[in-house]
Design a protein around this ligand. Structure first.
Ligand SMILES: NC(=O)c1ccc[n+]([C@@H]2O[C@H](COP(=O)([O-])OP(=O)(O)OC[C@H]3O[C@@H](n4cnc5c(N)ncnc54)[C@H](O)[C@@H]3O)[C@@H](O)[C@H]2O)c1
Length: 349
């Protein structure tokens, strides 16, 4: 950010996620951590001791501090149910907010947050950080990716956190945003089942989402699974597209790519031999085709996200993941939960 003005940043809610946002602002060139807001004094004092800034119990307290000469950009990392309450007073004053995912617990509340941003003319970005993951960046760099079938798995053992929302809004929402990024539209049909174990909200869910045909006339189906009751952690994404097969593992930080066009000579030869009636059962297909292990960077996704957000604050340029993108993911999440419940498969055991 060079010699540009240093942006004065604050974090609201410094629990599991908020503490990382505070660290990023404290370490990022061109940013300064000036405010740390959390009702829990011990927690905010810990952060201030490590990363600096001044502590407040509430957003209002920070905003009325005459000694604090303004705040330019704020991250909201309270539990989702408090996003509106925390963000509205800031957005209405025109203060830019990066709001953790999901933007809100319902589409109505997401709309109220979007209205507050509109009213205040404030930059609003939603913290769908997976888009900044180097694995996702590698996938985004693949040219002519036209997905026809997508398989997503996001499973983890129970952490007993974020239980204010179900697994669809807590975990699957990441993949729903990735689908927004890859396909740019919302599903026409949804088939879903879910199971609740720990409480009323669903802990495991599988959804099949049918996306409409794009300008190329090709539709896409996504099969998405999320669980917060698993025995292991898995974050996988597989894309079958017209020209490519992509297999990504976000835990191992790997992206494997096989492209039809790259393998054209081998495939042409195999097709010719098949057409001539040759017995190819002893041919090792995996040996013949070119399999590329893509280069995956090691940048910190939260830092990339904060940098992008602060660039929008500086330039007034609209953030890539705006209120509409955040709302799209929530709309689909609500439809999934509705379908899963309507399917009668939501059982407590
Ligand atoms: N991007 C990701 O990968 C990711 C991962 C986990 C959580 N999250 C999101 O981050 C948000 C926070 O989740 P968490 O797990 O860090 O929660 P947490 O419970 O660990 O922390 C929340 C903090 O907010 C404080 N708080 C609550 N209400 C407040 C208010 N009105 N004003 C100020 N502070 C308040 C609490 O005291 C607590 O310290 C949620 O929206 C969650 O969905 C995102």
């Amino acid at each position: 950010m060079g010699t540009e003005k240093t942006l004065r940043c604050a974090v609201i809610g410094v629990g599991r996620m908020g503490r990382h946002h505070a660290r990023v602002y404290a370490q990022l060139e061109g940013a300064e951590l000036v405010g740390v807001v959390d009702g829990d004094k011990e927690r905010r004092d810990d952060i201030i001791e490590e990363w600096g800034g001044k502590g407040y119990a509430t957003v209002e307290e920070m905003l009325s501090d005459a000694e604090l000469p303004g705040v330019d950009a704020v991250t909201i990392a309270t539990p989702t149910v408090y996003h509106l309450e925390a963000a509205a007073p800031l957005l209405e004053r025109g203060i830019a907010c990066l709001i953790e995912k999901p933007l809100a617990p319902t589409t109505e509340i997401a709309a109220a947050i979007a209205d507050a941003a509109e009213e205040g003319g404030a930059v609003l970005q939603v913290g769908h950080v997976v888009r900044y993951d180097p694995v996702m960046r590698a996938i985004a760099s693949i040219e002519n990716l036209r997905p026809r079938f997508i398989e997503m798995v996001r499973i983890s053992p129970m952490t007993f956190r974020s239980t204010d929302v179900g697994v669809v809004l807590d975990m699957m929402i990441h993949d729903l945003d990735v689908l927004t990024m890859l396909l740019g539209n919302e599903p026409t049909d949804i088939y879903a089942n879910a199971v609740s174990v720990m409480g009323e909200a669903e802990d495991v869910c599988n959804a099949r989402l049918v996306f409409p045909a794009g300008s190329d006339g090709l539709s896409c189906t996504a099969n998405v699974t999320a669980s917060r009751l698993a025995l292991k952690t898995e974050r996988k994404l597989r894309i079958i597209s017209e020209d490519a097969y992509v297999s990504a593992d976000f835990v191992k930080r790997s992206v494997t790519l096989i492209q039809k066009s790259v393998n054209d000579p081998q495939l042409t030869e195999l097709r010719r031999r098949l057409a001539e009636g040759e017995d190819l059962s002893s041919v090792d297909y995996v040996d013949i085709i070119d399999v590329e292990e893509m280069k995956v960077g090691d940048a910190d996704a939260l830092t990339l996200q904060a940098t992008d957000f602060l660039n929008s604050v500086r330039n007034g340029s609209p953030p890539e993941i705006d209120a509409e993108a955040g709302s799209m993911a929530i709309r689909t999440a609500e439809r999934i939960v509705q379908q899963a419940t309507a399917a009668g498969a939501k059982s407590v055991y």
